[in-house]
Write a protein that binds this ligand. Structure first.
Ligand code: NAD
Ligand code: IPM
Ligand code: MN
Length: 358
């Protein structure tokens, strides 16, 4: 088969350790399915600031632009937290999403039965939970004008939130399309009782809704949604929302699955090109200890196979292997009920690779 180019930008903290396990899984699928991947590594985030003086070097961006898909770990850490905006790892992350036109961030949260005990919520509340947060990724308050100024009573900071109709339309259409492939329920989350951008958001959703008469649409205010996610998580199917609300709600949804270490994501634009990364960050508190959970990144590879390459059978093999390893009781610390039995990152990766069969 054709060689696929994968840009690997592992980043900081636990990024390189979880990405290492994901690459092992990809290599196993080369053996099983005859796929051929060419991995090109690029510096990104804090490590790029240290070595190249910028979180997103042009060379790294070029590697990504020349690739068929990007595998990303995570960026950030206390070392760079007080840097000016241009020299912060997170600025590189926003930059790469914008530069690659990745306006749609898909974050599935489905509960593995055997992990119900790992969640802080009651197992019966989690029963049947299988939802996807579709997060707008290149607009809103993350990308609006930001500045400091001298106000009447001293220094002030300003972040502006802007959305245009086209930006809302394209993400909302994608969410409706995804809902059509699932249980056909869509929750559009906004703060239309207060925010002008949310009022426009809701108008656009209502204008598009008649194109999808089979989809049952509900508008939910974001504060209520945060609460309903804990009260009745299984009633949600697809949630579509703006950039910052999606960031916050997806971390909340992670706890339905037991840990943020379980949540994968795909960032997509108009074509099949995609960037795949775990929802979690660089976890500085556990970095370098070899105890992070690699499953979020491994499941992101399964998303890559489905959404960029159409390798559905291989994606299923990965997802089944993860399920089998969890069913057999293997746990990293974040999902272990009895922490004394927890295994490390590499051991978890090895078990998943060993469980992969056609
Ligand atoms: P975080 O997601 O890195 O960590 C939150 C908590 O979850 C920590 O206790 C951490 O140990 C735990 N955790 C996260 N991933 C885990 C895994 N795979 N296995 C086990 N436990 C895991 O969020 P934070 O602490 O708020 O942020 C740390 C840094 O990461 C910050 O610099 C932040 O900006 C950055 N960040 C980056 C991304 C990204 O690169 N996409 C995402 C979120 C945060
Ligand atoms: C995420 C992260 C990023 C975001 C940060 C690190 C810029 O939290 O990918 O969820 O807010 O988008
Ligand atoms: Mn986040």
């Amino acid at each position: 088969s054709e060689v696929k180019k994968i840009a690997v930008i592992a980043g900081d903290g636990i990024g390189p350790e979880v990405v290492g396990e994901a690459i092992k899984v990809m290599k196993k699928t080369e053996e099983l399915f005859g796929f051929q991947f060419e991995f090109e590594h690029g510096l990104f985030g804090g490590i790029a600031i240290d070595e190249k003086g910028t979180p997103l070097p042009q060379e790294t961006l070029d590697i990504c632009k020349n690739a068929d898909a990007v595998l990303l770990g995570a960026v950030g850490g206390p070392k760079w937290d007080n840097n000016s905006k241009e020299l912060r790892p997170e600025t590189g992350l926003l930059g790469i999403r914008k530069a690659l036109g990745l306006f749609s961030n898909i974050r599935p949260a489905n509960v593995f039965d055997c992990l119900k005990e790992a969640s802080t919520l009651k197992p019966e509340v989690l029963e049947g939970t299988d939802l996807i947060v579709v997060r707008e990724l290149t607009g809103g308050i993350y990308f609006g004008e930001k500045f400091r100024r001298e106000g009447a009573s001293g220094e002030e900071a300003v972040d502006t939130c802007v959305y245009n109709v086209q930006e809302i339309e394209r993400i909302v259409r994608q969410a409706f399309e995804i809902a059509m492939t699932r249980s056909k329920r869509l929750a559009s989350v906004d703060k239309a009782n207060v925010l002008e951008t949310s009022r426009l958001w809701r108008e656009v959703v209502n204008r598009i809704a008649p194109e999808y008469p089979e989809v049952e649409l509900e508008h939910v205010l974001v504060d209520n949604c945060a609460m309903q996610l804990l009260r009745r998580p299984s009633s949600f199917d697809v949630i579509v929302t703006e950039n910052m609300f999606g960031d916050i709600l997806s971390d909340e949804a992670a706890m339905l699955t037991g840990s943020i270490g379980m949540l994968s994501s795909a960032s997509l634009g108009e074509g099949s090109f995609g960037l795949y990364e775990p929802v979690h960050g660089s976890a500085p508190d556990i970095a370098g200890q070899g105890i992070s959970n690699p499953i979020a990144t491994i499941l992101s590879v399964a998303l890559m196979y489905r959404l960029t390459f159409g390798y559905h059978e291989a994606a299923q093999v990965i997802e089944d292997a993860v399920k089998n390893v969890l069913d057999a009781g293997h746990r990293t610390g974040d999902i272990a009920v009895d922490k004394s039995t927890a295994i490390g990152t590499v051991a978890m990766g090895d078990l998943i690779v060993a469980a992969m069969t056609k």
